[in-house]
Design a protein around this ligand. Structure first.
Ligand code: ZN
Length: 146
């Protein structure tokens, strides 16, 4: 188990240091800013959606290793997925990091499941996902007051 934990840590450090898809996307990509005041993480997320598919997704930002690694892995996970699949993945990821009884198998994303032991870190891990969810829901014309 300690070897596995070490591997997980390596993955998070690797993605945190060298985030994937770390760039801006020009219009018509939509963009949204995400901010986690608890930790100071902030990012700008760019999503190019066409025909109900997430064609491309990139981000720029600054923050702790968990927030950057999570954003990096999120972009890899949702790129090429349909909007419906991406929303479903958001729900499953959110469940994985907030619900101790969750038995989600999310592949590489599972390295972030450990944050549920550290409630203050959950917002770091979910920041990019909440921002993605906000971008994708704009398309539905639904305005949330939350
Ligand atoms: Zn953070």
């Amino acid at each position: 188990m300690s070897d596995l934990r070490e591997l997980y840590q390596q993955l998070i450090i690797d993605h945190g240091r060298s985030p994937r898809n770390f760039a801006e996307l020009p219009a018509p990509a939509r963009q949204k800013q995400g901010f986690n005041p608890l930790c100071g993480d902030q990012l700008q997320l760019y999503v190019l959606e066409q025909d109900g598919v997430v064609q491309d997704v990139k981000f720029k930002g600054t923050g702790c290793a968990i927030s950057m690694a999570s954003a990096s892995m999120m972009t890899e996970a949702v790129k090429g997925k349909s909007v419906a699949e991406a929303k479903e993945l958001f729900d499953r990821f959110h469940d994985m990091v907030t619900n101790k009884d969750a038995v989600e198998d999310l592949g590489k994303l599972a390295v972030l499941a450990g944050v549920r032991e550290f409630p203050s870190r959950v917002k770091c891990a979910t920041l990019a996902w909440h921002t993605l969810n906000a971008v994708l829901h704009e398309d539905d014309g639904v305005v949330s007051t939350e």
